[in-house]
Design a protein around this ligand. Structure first.
Ligand code: MSP
Length: 476
């Protein structure tokens, strides 16, 4: 049987509608999912929405809605947006799903009966934006450095998870590579966390009503991060479908930005160990981007809705533009003003022209059929390796270099001149056949990134009679 590949994105908070940050991670994961499907892996790709907790409850309240109705509305927006971006997820999990609740209850009951959950009192600060307890010394001028808001003072009865008991084991799993933290370099950041004071953390909240009741104390609601992390196993049947769960767990890769590193690289493996479950194979922490040098935020009013990009540029171009802004593993900056420029240069001009030139010449000079069975003159040797390393910008760079070379081949060969000289027929047929072979290879390699474009190119070249067709990308 072919190999399995279980890939996840974070589940996104539904306190607001989706933005290009959510789209960015989800498109990246989609590229991997599509790539491994192409390689005949059995792929299961999960994304979804994180719906409980104080932050969502407060936003619902501000919107004058019941939390569940508010979640239904915003979760639907995420679903629709991901559809609009041609995301090929196999499953969309919502933490308000009944099957998720069943899994959470099973998991927490197990930890409780093993003695890994104990009752205590939390006294300190809580940042609702982060949905986490925050320490005095982390504040800048009394404010959470990420949300620029003063945290709430809380004093409440909580249940705690015995993180300390599992820390040495988690650390060892990271050090020996059982859990791979990628890209290289982030691993150091994670191991650095173990040198700080990592304390047992709350698995429940007393003052938050919008959540899953603890099975052993119904007055307490599951802490939203514990609820959320468990999505990775409930989505594949932990709690209601053992066989399915066994077939897919552990995750082959959890993809996310580095903002949620501690939860995924420390808390999550520890929780899994406590439940006697295998740990994920890879946690990939990509960079965090700013927009024109600023944090994307509602307050600044600079949030970009991915649906607007799709309306302006189309699906595949949106996917391409987001992934080519900066190297995937690093932090970066997105400049909205450069989208149109890059679209026109790379897509409308370079790729669009190449495809229309080749199709047009095959129609005009070869009666609409590729005359020879030849190999592509430009190898695309590293694209697959780059994708496997999540170096999407490098994969796309190699692909676009091939496009530029192909355009150069045309400029140098001048097929329109060859066509006028019967003695040069052989040469004309060879060069056009080579270009057709290149386009087919290019289309297969680009499929994970730009599925519709790949289909159009392959479809055009497989027509009984090849014609120039419509432009792939209209200039904007
Ligand atoms: N609900 C939690 C995750 C729970 S997973 C068990 C959460 N949600 S979130 O809506 O805030 O999404 C955070 C994630 O969105 C990031 O890890 C990243 O994948 C994506 N991004 C949001 N903004 C982004 C940028 N500006 N840059 C890069 N990624 C962005 O945290």
């Amino acid at each position: 049987m072919s190999k399995k590949f279980y890939i996840t994105t974070p589940i996104y908070y539904v306190n607001d509608k989706p933005h290009i940050g959510h789209a960015y991670t989800t498109i990246a994961a989609d590229v991997l999912a599509r790539y491994y499907r192409q390689k005949n892996y059995r792929v299961y790709f999960v994304t979804g929405t994180d719906e409980h907790g104080a932050k969502v409850a407060q936003s619902a309240n501000a919107a004058g809605m019941e939390p569940k109705a508010f979640c239904d509305q915003n979760s639907a927006l995420f679903k629709e947006t991901f559809k609009a971006l041609n995301i090929s997820n196999d499953y969309f999990i919502r933490t308000t799903d009944e099957r998720h609740r069943v899994g959470v209850v099973k998991f927490l009951s197990k930890l409780h009966s093993n003695g890994d959950i104990y009752e205590g009192t939390y006294e300190g600060l809580y940042c609702v934006g982060c949905e986490r307890f925050i320490k005095e010394k982390e504040l800048v001028d009394g404010l959470c450095p990420d949300h620029k808001k003063a945290p709430e003072k809380v004093s409440e009865r909580n249940y705690f998870f015995k993180l300390s008991k599992y820390l040495p084991a988690v650390r060892k799993l990271i050090e020996d590579g059982t859990i791979k933290i990628l890209p290289h370099g982030r691993e150091k950041e994670v191991l650095g966390l173990f040198k700080q004071d990592l304390e047992d953390f709350s698995v429940s909240r007393e003052n938050v009503q919008w959540g899953i009741p603890l099975p052993f104390d119904e007055k307490q609601k599951t802490y939203v991060w514990v609820d959320a992390l468990l999505n990775y196993i409930t989505a594949i049947g932990y709690g209601d479908n053992d066989a399915f769960f066994e077939a897919w767990w552990p995750a082959d890769v959890h993809v996310m930005a580095r903002d949620i590193l501690k939860f995924h690289c420390v808390y999550w493996p520890a929780l899994l160990l406590a439940a006697g479950l295998p740990v994920p194979k890879v946690v990939y922490l990509h960079g965090f981007f700013t927009l024109d040098g600023k944090k994307m935020s509602k307050t600044l009013g600079n949030v970009i809705d991915p649906n607007d990009l799709v309306k302006k540029f189309g699906i595949d171009a949106t996917r391409y533009l987001l992934l080519t802004q900066f190297p995937f593993g690093q932090d970066g900056d997105i400049k909205e003003s450069l989208f149109a420029e890059k679209y026109n240069a790379d897509l409308a001009n370079n790729l669009g022209n190449l495809v229309s030139r080749v199709l047009n010449m095959i129609e005009k000079y070869c009666g609409g059929t590729v005359p020879k069975d030849v190999v592509s003159p430009i190898p695309l040797a590293h694209v697959g390796d780059y994708i496997e390393l999540l170096q999407f910008d490098r994969a796309l760079k190699e692909l676009w270099e091939a496009v530029m070379k192909a355009n150069q081949i045309i400029d140098e060969a001048e097929p329109w001149k060859l066509a006028k000289d019967p003695g040069k027929r052989e040469q004309l047929e060879t060069v056009l056949s080579q270009l057709a072979a290149l386009l087919l290879e290019f289309a297969a390699a680009i499929e994970p990134f730009m599925p519709e474009t790949a289909d159009i190119i392959i479809g055009s070249l497989n027509e009984a009679r090849i014609t120039k067709g419509d432009p792939l990308f209209k200039r904007v």
